[in-house]
Design a protein around this ligand. Structure first.
Ligand SMILES: CCCCC/C=C\C/C=C\C/C=C\CCCCC(=O)SCCNC(=O)CCNC(=O)[C@H](O)C(C)(C)COP(=O)(O)OP(=O)(O)OC[C@H]1O[C@@H](n2cnc3c(N)ncnc32)[C@H](O)[C@@H]1OP(=O)(O)O
Ligand SMILES: Cc1cc2nc3c(=O)[nH]c(=O)nc-3n(C[C@H](O)[C@H](O)[C@H](O)COP(=O)(O)OP(=O)(O)OC[C@H]3O[C@@H](n4cnc5c(N)ncnc54)[C@H](O)[C@@H]3O)c2cc1C
Length: 638
């Protein structure tokens, strides 16, 4: 191309020199990141399928109005479903396809909550009736729990479900404005059915919150059924972002449903109007939330790794200052400050990947035990899913914002992919349980555990985590020893809860490294990342660790020295470590993070595609600017 230097030519891998530095087998690391050779194959194949299909284009989202954006999301969801059916994709492949389409949509809640709720809280008979309809998408469901007046406090929900023994029905009703269902994804414009959570009233007696399957819209013309008022709650944070989702508002006006539409695995109401509580913990009603929290932890590693991939590749491309005798300026990835901000996030992405794998195992284990009426690990499963959801989503949201800042001004462009990633991701700190409320649950679990086990919370941790374990025990002892109420100490107890969750992440990373990990240099790289994760947190919270006495100020200084050394070990492998995520440019949606590193020409080209550049003289010039310039000040027509 005329006047285009080698450094700007398309088709050249501008990061080849970085990739050649790698000291490990990247393909083997791709398998580790994916979880298995099979998982890698599915992920690789489906991500490329989506990336190569113009029907899944997403680079124009920021220029669409809310209605155009939403209609485009419906088109994509329908197109995705057609692709799944036409290609006869498996459930695993279909889930991957929805993941790589990468657009918050009603399908997230249909597949991510409506179906799991029926599977987890429905009887066999109810599953046999409703799941086939849901799997074929002949009904579209949402999870309607939160209300205008209550979200965290589930037992404070006001919607009522009153049993009418005359007609063998429940009457679902919204008695107050604050009992309006508010927030459920997919509810506003699409869902035909909801799992609605309501206070069960039988024979004038209340029995707490239960789930009910309620049809909202006609399957003929999609109009709301009698007694149903439903709509969207309006624009949310960011422009495109989560506005592809119709989070809705719903009011019931004495809506009648058959008795067999109360989810009855945990408790039942007989046709005679007798309430029966199975001999299972009532908290199983919360089971869907536990399931989603563990998926959200896995999703945190995906979101954080996307941001880290963008920031790492761009940090290797960007040069600023440091030119010697007219030579190239310094790559910003070589600055120790850039490394000290970026590499702990890279380590966290891998740490969250592995804790997500472990949590998936823990959830499967507790589910299997529940089927045998073994509830012994339910409290720990609740505490772990709640605490790790809180820890990983907070760290990921903060990490995505830090990655934006690591990219300087260009990180603030929509074409960097980072503003949208942040806007879509950040509600994860709130949905599925406000992160502070969830940490309070962990604190409560720790208080009970300490009172039952005495000081030692658990001896089942790898040796390398002694400092972390001692930190948690110290924090708990400082709090439990004080004769003041839980509420008074809750802010301190939340810190102990965070420390407990960090202990779990570090110990599971260490356990992961005790497994057989194939591939040249792969385990060594993971050991470096594990040490970075553990030492970074020790450095960040060194006050806690010093106060336990199990490390000294000299240890803290040595840990900091070791961190710098570890960053130097990561540096030559940084690009390869993010290549191992195996993200397509389509999925990353980022010019700064593009695989070939050819950033500047792409940035420049993208700018001219903005609608504002359709004319060289902007609309409004003649009406507003020209008079200004010509000092013909007159009242501008609105
Ligand atoms: C767009 C891309 C997204 C990608 C995400 C990827 C995948 C995920 C798929 C879909 C997600 C997509 C979009 C987001 C959807 C979000 C959907 C929602 O937000 S749904 C609504 C979520 N709402 C909540 O989480 C509410 C939080 N509140 C609660 O859970 C409870 O109110 C509570 C805080 C736990 C308090 O409950 P309660 O008052 O009933 O009980 P307590 O008195 O505190 O505790 C009593 C007892 O029970 C134990 N316990 C509490 N909860 C559980 C549980 N879940 N399981 C087991 N045990 C539980 C608790 O420990 C106490 O025990 P004890 O101390 O021994 O008495
Ligand atoms: C994008 C998005 C999607 C959602 N999708 C769904 C959905 O599909 N279905 C659904 O049912 N819901 C959904 N929700 C609702 C979500 O689950 C709730 O918003 C969430 O559970 C938080 O509850 P809340 O809004 O009542 O917050 P609140 O509890 O009102 O939180 C407000 C503040 O109060 C603090 N607080 C509350 N209680 C305590 C306490 N006991 N101690 C100390 N501090 C406390 C919190 O920490 C927070 O700082 C969604 C929300 C969002 C943002």
């Amino acid at each position: 191309m005329e006047g285009v230097g080698e450094e700007e030519m398309e088709g050249v891998d501008h990061l080849a020199h970085e990739r050649n530095k790698s000291e490990f087998d990247v393909d083997a690391m791709k398998i580790v990141w994916a979880g298995s050779p099979h998982a890698f194959d599915v992920s690789d194949r489906i991500s490329k399928l989506v990336a190569s299909d113009p029907g899944f284009r997403k680079d124009n989202r920021s220029t669409l109005s809310r209605k155009e954006l939403f209609k485009n999301t419906l088109r994509k969801a329908a197109y995705a479903w057609k692709t799944i059916v036409d290609l006869r994709l498996s459930e695993e492949e279909a889930a991957k396809l929805r993941f790589y389409v990468d657009e918050p949509a009603f399908t997230d809640l249909h597949w991510g909550m409506f179906i799991p709720a029926i599977k987890g809280q429905g009887t066999e008979e109810q599953q046999q009736k409703w799941l086939p309809l849901a799997y074929k998408m002949q009904i579209i469901g949402c999870y309607a729990q939160t209300e205008l007046g209550h979200g965290s406090n589930v037992q404070g929900l006001e919607t009522t479900a009153t049993f009418d023994s005359q007609t063998d029905e429940f009457i679902i009703h919204s008695p107050t404005l604050t009992s309006s269902k508010w927030w459920p994804g997919g509810l506003g414009k699409v869902a035909t059915h909801a799992i609605a959570y309501a206070r069960l009233i039988v024979g004038g007696r209340e029995h707490g919150v239960h789930g009910f399957i309620v049809q909202l819209r006609s399957l003929e013309d999609h109009s709301p059924l009698l007694g149903i008022t439903v709509g969207d709650i309006g624009m949310k944070f960011g422009n495109g972002a989560y506005n592809t989702m119709d989070n809705g508002v719903l009011q019931f006006d004495h809506v009648r449903i058959p008795r067999n539409q109360m989810l009855m695995r945990v408790s039942q109401v007989t046709c005679e109007g007798k309430y029966k509580q199975s001999d299972v913990p009532r908290q199983l009603v919360y089971g869907t939330m536990v399931y989603v929290r563990q998926t959200i932890v896995a999703d945190a590693s995906c979101a954080l790794s996307r941001a880290v991939c963008i920031a790492t590749r761009y940090s290797a491309v960007r040069r600023q200052f440091g030119s010697q005798n007219g030579g190239p300026e310094t790559q910003v990835i070589d600055y120790k400050t850039q490394q000290s901000r970026l590499f702990p996030l890279l380590a966290s992405a891998y740490a969250f990947r592995f804790i997500g794998e472990w949590l998936k195992w823990l959830y499967a284990d507790v589910t299997q035990r529940l089927q045998a009426n073994d509830f012994s690990t339910l409290p720990e499963a609740h505490a772990c899913t709640a605490g790790l959801k809180s820890l990983t989503t907070t760290a990921t949201a903060d990490g995505i914002e830090e990655c934006r800042k690591l990219c300087g001004g260009h990180g603030y462009l929509c074409s960097s992919g980072l503003p949208e990633l942040f806007a879509v991701y950040v509600p994860a700190c709130t949905y599925e349980g406000d992160n502070t409320v969830l940490l309070l649950q962990v604190a409560r679990f720790l208080m009970k555990t300490v009172s039952q086990l005495g000081s030692r919370l658990s001896s089942k941790k790898p040796v390398g985590t002694i400092a972390y374990m001692t930190r948690v025990e110290h924090l708990m002892q400082c709090r439990c020893g004080v004769q003041r109420g839980f509420a008074e100490l809750s802010a301190d107890l939340v810190e102990a809860a965070v420390a407990h969750c960090q202990l779990i992440v570090v110990s599971k990373f260490i356990e992961k490294l005790q497994q057989e990990i194939p591939g040249k240099g792969v385990k060594q790289q993971l050991e470096v990342l594990c040490n970075i994760y553990a030492l970074f947190l020790l450095h960040k919270h060194q006050g806690d660790f010093l106060s336990t006495g199990c490390i000294t100020p000299k240890h803290a200084a040595l840990a900091n020295d070791e961190l710098r050394s570890l960053y130097s070990q990561v540096r030559p492998n940084a690009i390869a470590l993010v290549d191992a995520f195996n993200y397509t440019d389509h999925y990353l949606g980022s010019i700064l993070g593009c695989y070939d590193g050819n950033v500047y020409p792409k940035l420049y080209e993208a700018a001219w595609k903005d609608p504002l550049n359709e004319s060289v003289v902007p609309d409004g010039y003649h009406l507003y600017i020209r008079p200004l310039l010509k000092q013909e000040i007159r009242t501008a027509r609105l």
